[in-house]
Structure formats: structure tokens, C-alpha cells
Design a protein around this ligand. Structure first.
Ligand SMILES: Nc1nc2c(ncn2[C@@H]2O[C@H](COP(=O)(O)OP(=O)(O)OP(=O)(O)O)[C@@H](O)[C@H]2O)c(=O)[nH]1
Ligand SMILES: [Mg+2]
Length: 489
């Protein structure tokens, strides 16, 4: 039986068991609906890490308010839908109310109707969007410290004490590696499968353009830093991968205006030598300088939209005629922001695994309900069968084994560990990706590679010097390879 069917069967059974408790049934129905909908990805990180900007970049529209405003303090869900709508879900459990909104330079200005943000559990924005069709994005308030109240709200959302987390996967933004980031990430984990494990957590080295002080090689430097961070043992146990992204560039690229393009062209017409001193810092760029085009205010506006790096990069491309229209400039900035790579990664790691991640969340949510209501007849039996499914289903075994391999719990050569992780689907679940061969490989190439690799792991399992743990991990990989061969038949 495939995993989603198993999860549906568990849900159906729980509906029977809790038939006489309307409140519990309501929670179960929500879990059931969730199994149908897109994967839910929470965007988390410390205050001003660039979460809302990246959310906008992913959606391709400037929706979330950045910087200021009451709304940045509330968990906000962005869902696909036919109409544009904003709903407020009050904390006291009363019915959601529709909110009025208007767009201020694109960003949604939501009228909370005089309600303090502390009384709102979450805002739900429905917006027709291609990205949102595949992923529901959840923008969370910045986490400043574990005790700070707004941060605590984000934290409660990701690590609620009384229920399974509403997110299936987490995108964690960090500007530098920080002890407090590691503590926060660790707090999302515990020994159960309930918390994000490396497989459903991707880290983003955010505001990557600022890393090299806005120099033209900033993105290259941040790529090197991300690579180094990715090898950090502490981080490796917590996240799948870390990628650098300049969310601001991507957000601007998605909403570039003709005025912005013209303004940059004007600046590009100034000889580089005269302009260079003004590009050394934000202050210098916006200070009154009659010798360069545009007013201070206009330059300030450009700076807020592009950042120093974005301005330097755009000017360099305009001067060399790499781009000759606003559309071309937007496309180049989008590519260089790293956001398209992030989207690809989200597809490989999350979207391709949607069913497994959603089934996992659903089973864990029902598990919580059964544990909390263990006095109800039948709940204990259901708990057992959930445990069996979590322990027995192969996709879950893959997730667990990847997590163990990444947390160095399994002793093995670097090569064996890396190849096992890949075979288990850590870089994507396509057969060619698992086998580490070209995407265009033919069915018979795939078959040959699978047979060869199957032999390699079987020999490893049979070798008396192989540790128990490594042999167990290799057995899971053997099953994954057998799965590839079975599909190919
Ligand atoms: N240079 C640069 N600035 C960025 C980037 N992303 C965000 N910013 C700026 O950083 C500030 C904070 O960005 P937000 O997207 O509001 O950050 P946030 O994490 O949502 O902030 P809170 O919700 O308040 O915690 C804004 O001024 C953004 O313009 C980026 O990639 N590069
Ligand atoms: Mg925000």
C-alpha cells in the first residue's frame, strides 16, 4: 500500500475511534484536508534575516510587508486560490474574519480592523500564484531570542508543545552561522520524527549579496562560505543543505519597473571612475552629489530595492551591454540572486517528496491526538499501528537513515556515506539522481547502474568488517535500488 493510502487508512480509523468527540473530529478533518493540499513550507529565522523578502521572491510578487508594520509580527500563510483574499484567524478560536487590504507599491497593507496583532493567531492570504500551487508558504515572525515574545510566537509555531507542527518542511534563513541559530535549529529536533530532520530542513545563507560588502564578487564569496558551512558537522545534522540567496535581488527582479531601469541607465552613463567613490557605501551613494544623476531620494529608493551589490551588478551589465532592456536586466538579476537554484532545490527535496512528507506529518498529528486521548478505547491500538507504519514504511526508513548518516551516527568511509545518502534520495528522488548518473540516462543505463550498485552494497553488507549500523543503512539503500529495478521492469 502506498504511504498516502496508509495515512488515509489511519485517518479513517481515527475518525471511527473519536466519532463521539466533535472537537477531536474537527482536528482530524483538518489533518485529512492537509493530506490533499500542497506541501507547507515555513520560512523561519532570526529578526530581519530577510524572510519576507525571500517569500516575495519565491512567489514572484511583492506581497509580504518587509521591515515595518504590525503584520510582520504575525504568522502569515500564503496559499494558492482563485481569488485574492485575506482572512484573519483570531487567537480566541472565534470564526475567521475577512480583512480589507490594499497594495502599497505592491506590498499588502492589511487592515487588522483595530485588532492588536497579539490577538491574531494567523493571517491567511490567498493569492493565485504558480509557486503557491505547489507549496503553501508560511512567513513567520523573526526569532530574536528564545524568550522574546514575537520570536516565541514563531517558535511556538515551529515547535508547539501540544501538537504536531503545522509545517511539513522548513526553510531556515541565517545571515551568518551563529550559536543561537544552531540552538534554534536544534530545538526543532528531538528524538521523535515529529520535528524537522535534515531531510525537511533547508538552510539559506540569506542576504548573500551583503556578505562581500556589496563587491561584485559577493555572490561568489557567499557560495564559498555556504559550502564551508554546509560541511560544518553541527549544521549538517540539522539541515539538508545550505545555499546562498540574495532575496532582495530576486524580489526586485520579479517586480522591476521601467523607472528603475531608466534610472540605472542614467547612472551607467557616468564614467565608472567618477561614480566609483559613490558606490563605496550606502551613505555615500545617497548623499547629495550634484555631479551624479538622480536626486538623493531617488538614489535612496534604488538602494532599498537593489542594495549596493545589485546596483553595482546592474551597472556593470548595462555598461557592457550584457543587458539591453528592463526584461533582460530582470532575468539576469533573477539568475544571479540564487533564487532559481533554491526553487529547484525545493522541488527536488520537498515537492518530489510531497506525499512522503505530508503522510509523515499526518501520521504524527494523529499520533499526538491518540497520545493526548489515550483513555479513549481504540487509541492505543491505533498508536501501535502508526508506530508500525512509521517504522516499517520504506520512505520513512530512507528519511531516518539519511538523518543518521548526516549526523555522523554511522561510521563509514566518506565515500560510502555520501553514496548511501544519495542512493537514499538526499539529493532528489529521481532514479538517475539516486544513482548519481546523468538525467538523460536510458532505462537500460539506469538498470545497469542499479544492478552494479546493488552488488556493491550487498558485498558491503556481507563483509564481516562492516559495522552493524553501516550494514543496516546499506540494507535500506538495497531496498531503494530494488525499488528502482522494480519500476524499470
Ligand atoms: N541587501 C539585501 N537586503 C535584504 C535582502 N533581503 C532582505 N533585505 C533587507 O533586509 C530588511 C529586512 O528584510 P525582511 O524581508 O523584512 O526580513 P524579515 O526576516 O522578514 O524581518 P522580520 O519579519 O521583521 O523578522 C529589509 O530592509 C530588506 O530590504 C537581501 O537579499 N539583500
Ligand atoms: Mg518578515
Amino acid at each position: 500500500m502506498i504511504l498516502t493510502d496508509q495515512a488515509s487508512a489511519v485517518i479513517a480509523k481515527s475518525q471511527e475511534i473519536f466519532a463521539s468527540s466533535p472537537a477531536i473530529l474537527e482536528s482530524i478533518n483538518l489533518i485529512e484536508q492537509r493530506l490533499e493540499g500542497p506541501l507547507r513550507v515555513a520560512i523561519a529565522g532570526k529578526v530581519k534575516a530577510g524572510k519576507s523578502t525571500l517569500m516575495n521572491a519565491l512567489v514572484g510578487e511583492r506581497l509580504a510587508a518587509t521591515d515595518v508594520g504590525e503584520c510582520t509580527k504575525v504568522v502569515t500563510w500564503y496559499l494558492d486560490g482563485h481569488t485574492y483574499q485575506v482572512m484573519l484567524n483570531p487567537k480566541d478560536g472565534s470564526a475567521p474574519v475577512q480583512a480589507r487590504f490594499h497594495r502599497d507599491e505592491g506590498a499588502l497593507d492589511i487592515d487588522l480592523g483595530g485588532r492588536p496583532s497579539t490577538e491574531i493567531d494567523r493571517i491567511e492570504v490567498t493569492w493565485p500564484s504558480k509557486t503557491l500551487r505547489q507549496l503553501t508558504l508560511i512567513d513567520t515572525p523573526g526569532i530574536d531570542s528564545l524568550t522574546e515574545s514575537i520570536g516565541t510566537r514563531a517558535f511556538e509555531f515551529l515547535d508547539p508543545e501540544d501538537r504536531a507542527t503545522p509545517a511539513d518542511a522548513v526553510l531556515y534563513l541565517m545571515r551568518h552561522i551563529h550559536g543561537s541559530d544552531l540552538r534554534l535549529l536544534e530545538a526543532f529536533h528531538d528524538d521523535s520524527m515529529a520535528e524537522p530532520n535534515p531531510v525537511n530542513t533547508v538552510a539559506v545563507l540569506s542576504r548573500a549579496d551583503e556578505i562581500g560588502a556589496g563587491r561584485l564578487d559577493s555572490m561568489a564569496s557567499s557560495r564559498r562560505i555556504a559550502k564551508r558551512l554546509g560541511a560544518d558537522r553541527r549544521l549538517k545534522r540539522l539541515v539538508q543543505v545550505i545555499v546562498p540567496v540574495a532575496g532582495l535581488l530576486a524580489e526586485t527582479a520579479a517586480s522591476l519597473t521601467e523607472w528603475e531601469y531608466k534610472a540605472l541607465r542614467e547612472l551607467a552613463s557616468v564614467p565608472p571612475k567618477s561614480l566609483e567613490p559613490h558606490l563605496l557605501s550606502a551613505d555615500r551613494f545617497i548623499s547629495a552629489s550634484p555631479e551624479i544623476p538622480l536626486t538623493s531620494l531617488e538614489r535612496e529608493e534604488l538602494l532599498g530595492r537593489f542594495g549596493l551589490f545589485g546596483i553595482r551588478l546592474s551597472l556593470a551589465m548595462l555598461r557592457r551591454n550584457v543587458v539591453e532592456s528592463s526584461a533582460e536586466l530582470a532575468a539576469e538579476l533573477g539568475v544571479r540572486s540564487g533564487v532559481s537554484e533554491l526553487l529547484d532545490l525545493l522541488t527536488t527535496l520537498f515537492v518530489e517528496r510531497t506525499d512522503v512528507l505530508k503522510a509523515r506529518s499526518a501520521l504524527l498529528a494523529i499520533e499526538t491526538i491518540c497520545t493526548d486521548n489515550s483513555q479513549i478505547v481504540g487509541s492505543q491500538d491505533l498508536l501501535l499501528s502508526i508506530e508500525e507504519t512509521l517504522a516499517g514504511a520504506h520512505p520513512f526508513a530512507e528519511l531516518r537513515t539519511i538523518a543518521e548518516l548526516r549526523s555522523d551516527q554511522i561510521a563509514g568511509s566518506d565515500e560510502d556515506v555520501a553514496d548511501l545518502e544519495r542512493t537514499l534520495g538526499s539529493s532528489g528522488t529521481m532514479s538517475s539522481t539516486r544513482l548519481g548518473i546523468d538525467d538523460s540516462a536510458s532505462a537500460s543505463d539506469i538498470r545497469d547502474a542499479a544492478i552494479t550498485q546493488l552488488g556493491r552494497w550487498q558485498r558491503l553488507i556481507e563483509n564481516p568488517f562492516t559495522s552493524q549500523d553501516l550494514a543496516t543503512a546499506a540494507r535500506v539503500a538495497v531496498r531503494s535500488l530494488e525499488g528502482i529495478l522494480a519500476v524499470g521492469q
